[in-house]
Design a protein around this ligand. Structure first.
Ligand code: ZN
Length: 272
């Protein structure tokens, strides 16, 4: 299992990172903007955002501290991305949420409450504020008590569709009329439990990836609540050790939550 390398961004007033250059947002960004509007309930003009990238960069220096994949600048509504993160949808949508909120902070109701699963929120994004206490009426249940489904969309990815961008959405639903908290299995190492995961395989070759628990709210479900986690992918001729990249092939996609597999897998033909 790989773990995510990067957090997203914080406030920045300094000049743009060295080497930053403007780029025209790819078409899929409009879809990502719309997803971020939906999860946050905030609408904004996508055309207002000015996009920059630092080519070939894996991350960006930030305030002389930890490196990040993207930074939103209030002045000029600018977003700068490390070149290698340009198609990391969860990270790009994190920066879009800053732009929609017009805030460099990480209000919990938006980043974790509404948009968990649509935007990445780790590290300072989680610790900037305190979680609410859990619902005292919530029952602790095993993840197997939840409905877990996956959908790969579009169902026939190819470079000709959406520039090769596609996603697998994991939906986890509490079918109970009472609130529940999923009791996640221990990870078996010193890290937090595994939360969402995916795999795709072709014959004996396969890739698997898991996201760890980031915030205490993630295993909490209101009555009949469904949570959605988006895994973003794009088609490339040759994968370059980047978890968002998938080479053409016929794959069986699978997903899970709390180490419980989704009820169904999906066979997907990924075309060049
Ligand atoms: Zn941020």
């Amino acid at each position: 299992m790989l773990v995510p390398l990067l957090g997203a961004c914080e406030i920045a007033t300094a000049p743009l990172p060295h080497g930053a250059e403007r780029f025209d947002p790819p078409a899929v960004y409009a879809q990502w903007w719309s997803l971020t509007e939906q999860c946050s309930g905030i609408t904004g003009d996508f055309a207002n955002v000015v996009w920059y990238r630092v080519p070939s960069a894996e991350d960006l220096p930030f305030n002389g501290e930890s490196n990040v994949g993207g930074i939103w600048y209030p002045q000029g509504d600018r977003i700068v991305l490390a070149g290698d993160e340009q198609l990391a949808g969860d990270l790009v949508r994190h920066e879009m949420l800053h732009a929609l909120l017009e805030s460099a902070h990480h209000p919990r109701a938006a980043f974790i409450g509404g948009c968990d699963g649509t935007v990445v929120c780790t590290g300072p994004c989680v610790t900037e504020s305190n979680p609410a206490p859990p619902d005292p009426l919530a029952d602790s249940v095993p993840p197997s008590a939840l409905d877990i489904e996956i959908t790969v969309t579009p169902s026939t990815p190819s470079s000709a569709v959406n520039d090769g961008n596609f996603m697998m959405v994991v939906t986890v639903r509490n079918n109970s009329s009472t609130p529940v908290i999923a009791a996640l299995p221990q990870s078996g190492d010193s890290g937090p439990p595994l939360l969402y995961g995916y795999s795709y395989s072709s014959g004996s070759d396969g890739v698997e990836y898991g996201l760890r628990l980031d915030s205490p709210e993630q295993p909490r479900f209101a009555a009949h609540e469904a949570k959605h986690l988006i895994f973003d992918f794009h088609v490339v001729p040759v994968a370059n050790d980047n978890r968002y990249e998938v080479t053409p092939g016929t794959y069986t996609f699978a997903g899970g939550y709390g180490e419980v597999a989704a009820a169904h897998t999906q066979v997907v033909v990924v075309s060049p």
